[in-house]
Ligand binder design. Structure first.
Ligand code: ZN
Length: 117
């Protein structure tokens, strides 16, 4: 792996820490009988309102998973994380180009890395 490619991977993996943190905050607002480890066998997981966040937090976006992910998979996850952060309800009415909140900050930093086409 070239140095440049490795660096790009590290940047993406680091960037994905933020949507993972938001998801963690979201799911930990309430008690979870599975201790926030998504379990597809468990009925309460399948019916859970936070299934997307929990699956992402505990599986796809978990750091060991990201270390193993292919470049294509990382790009897909970054796109997903970007959309997740962009559509956070508390970001309504933010002027992203100027806003100093952590959500807008992250979006500005990640926009050049995401394929918006
Ligand atoms: Zn903002």
């Amino acid at each position: 792996m070239s140095e440049h490619v490795a660096e790009k991977r590290d940047t993406i993996i680091a960037a994905l820490g933020f949507p993972r943190l938001l998801m963690e905050r979201e799911i930990k607002r309430r008690a979870c009988p599975q201790h926030y480890h998504f379990n597809e066998q468990a009925e309460e997981c399948v019916d859970c309102l936070y299934i997307l966040e929990c699956q992402s937090f505990s599986k796809q976006l978990a750091e060991p998973e990201l270390m193993q992910a292919s470049a294509r998979e990382l790009a897909r996850l970054l796109q997903f994380g970007f959309e997740y952060v962009s559509y956070q309800p508390e970001r309504q009415d933010h002027e992203t180009a100027r806003c100093a909140c952590e959500l807008c900050d992250w979006i500005r930093a990640v926009t050049p890395m995401v394929d918006l086409g």
